[in-house]
Design a protein around this ligand. Structure first.
Ligand code: ATP
Ligand code: MG
Length: 464
């Protein structure tokens, strides 16, 4: 019986693991500069918590949640998203009562039972932030800019690449306001009026028409039918309209490229007022990376060569987009989960998706930043020098070499021929092999072999 990782999950090795850690570390640095503190919540919670917060008639709760019972029959769920757990923790630790303003971030695994495809997994990683206690759109703007800054750091924001059918790769903030409890029902009525006028809605949409019509706009089957949705933002109450206008002007001041997207509703029920998604052209399904074209700008492959893009499918697909990060305001959730009335806004970013896009379009900095460590192999030409070589390897692993602190040290391995050791050094991708030879060692020296051009030089041990 050959075991495999469960469908939709993946093992992350070597450079891929380094990229994930690098992204999370960058996020930590940025969040800390904005005064956000890290929180680690459990990977599972009571399933009723998610049902209550995310909402029963949502894809996440209806189809995607991993639920199970423990040995005492408690109904639990692997967390499908981070906000709910954080709000639960916020209330449990009485921060809704004690803290005037709280800013938190998290990074970790989420679980959703979805059909696996590129950029969509059953276990995936999110990085997210939540900003509690500030109802002003200044908090919404900070959250949106934080998400953009993070993508900027990875190099995604500055990408500008042209597909061979004339389209540009672009990243944009899509923005909408869903109103508050006061005006949501008006938006709802207008939308229902419109949806009823359409024929042939799918079964799911018909069901949601009564329970949660806003969710219908997110329907993957029917979305092409919604061509003339009423301009929902024109039915907002004065306060929501004021907040939405102020947010837009703050984003403009900060030179954030956004579009108002009337169809944007998000897949979770707890949002009020602001919702947003940061999207880019759907490169995952639309490009064939092997065929170069002219005019790609600012895009580099792993060897820092300009990267060119050939569109595999036609315009229709390139108009599709993928969401890298998403979020919004949820002013009622803390109270709905039995906390004090506390406004809040947050976002989450999908690490795998961001890394896939960064890999296709990332700047050289992206690769340089986690390829820092140079592999060095310590070899022995004479077995009797094994202990000396071993103690040298321990020393350089602790302190680095004189002109290069960031090294990964391998070897020595005893009872192997020098030829075997050099082949091994090649296999692991060592840049240098430091060889202990009896005649040189007597003079306090070793041989240093450059594994790329195979040139060998002598060096004194105390100078390395
Ligand atoms: P989608 O419409 O793509 O299903 P969503 O609205 O369900 O996204 P959110 O709940 O807003 O996604 O999660 C925020 C981000 O997490 C997404 O923008 C995406 O980058 C990432 N994400 C969501 N689901 C998955 C998944 N199954 N696998 C990998 N990343 C995911
Ligand atoms: Mg989804």
């Amino acid at each position: 019986m050959n075991y495999r990782a469960p469908r939709g999950t993946h093992d992350i090795f070597g450079e891929d693991a380094a990229k994930m850690s690098w992204l999370e570390q960058k996020a930590r640095d940025i969040f800390k500069k904005h005064g956000f503190e890290e929180v680690r919540t459990p990977i599972f919670e009571e399933s009723s918590l998610f049902i209550r917060s995310v909402g029963q008639p949502t894809d996440i709760v209806e189809k995607e949640m991993y639920t199970f019972e423990d040995k005492k029959g408690r109904k639990l769920a692997l967390r499908p998203e981070g906000t709910t757990s954080l709000v639960r923790a916020f209330i449990e630790h009485k921060m809704d009562v004690l803290m005037p303003v709280s800013k938190f971030f998290y990074a970790g695994e989420m679980f959703r039972y979805e059909r696996p495809q590129s950029g969509r997994y059953r276990q995936f990683h999110q990085i997210g932030a939540e900003f509690f206690c500030v109802s002003s759109p200044v908090a919404d703007a900070e959250i949106i800019l934080l998400a953009c800054d993070l993508l900027d750091f990875v190099g995604i924001n500055e990408m500008e690449a042209r597909f061979d059918n004339g389209h540009f790769f672009e990243m944009k903030v899509h923005l909408n306001s869903l109103g508050c409890r006061k005006c949501r029902h008006v938006l709802r009525e207008k939308l229902v009026e419109y949806l009823i006028s359409l024929s042939n809605l799918c079964e799911n949409c018909l069901r949601r028409l009564v329970k949660n019509p806003l969710r219908i706009l997110d329907c993957k089957t029917d979305s092409y039918k919604f061509t003339e949705i009423p301009q929902l933002s024109s039915y907002l109450c004065d306060e929501c309209k004021h907040d939405f206008d102020l947010l837009k002007s703050l984003l403009e001041v900060a030179k954030c490229d956004y579009v108002v997207d009337n169809k944007l509703v998000r897949g979770l029920d707890y949002y009020t007022k602001t919702v947003f998604e940061i999207c880019c052209s759907d490169i995952l399904s639309s490009i064939n990376s092997s065929t170069p074209i002219k005019d790609a700008v600012n895009c580099y492959d792993q060897n820092f060569k300009p990267y060119y893009i050939k569109a595999r499918r036609m315009n229709k697909d390139l108009n599709r987009r993928i969401t890298l990060a998403a979020g919004g305001r949820y002013d009622n959730l803390v109270k709905d989960l039995s906390g004090q009335d506390t406004p809040a806004v947050g976002f989450a970013l999908g690490s795998e998706r961001v890394l896939i896009v960064a890999e296709k379009f990332g700047s050289p900095e992206f690769y340089k930043s986690f390829r820092k460590f140079e592999k060095v192999y310590v070899a022995i030409a004479d077995q009797e020098l094994f202990k000396e070589a071993f103690s040298f390897a321990v020393k350089i692993a602790r302190n680095g070499l004189k002109n290069s602190k960031d090294i990964s040290v391998f070897g020595p391995i005893n009872d192997k021929s020098l030829t075997w050791q050099l082949k091994f050094a090649d296999k692991i991708g060592a840049r240098k092999t430091i060889i202990f030879v009896k005649t040189e060692f007597k003079k306090g020296k070793v041989l240093v072999k450059n594994m790329e051009n195979k040139v060998q030089t002598e060096a004194s041990i105390c100078e390395l």
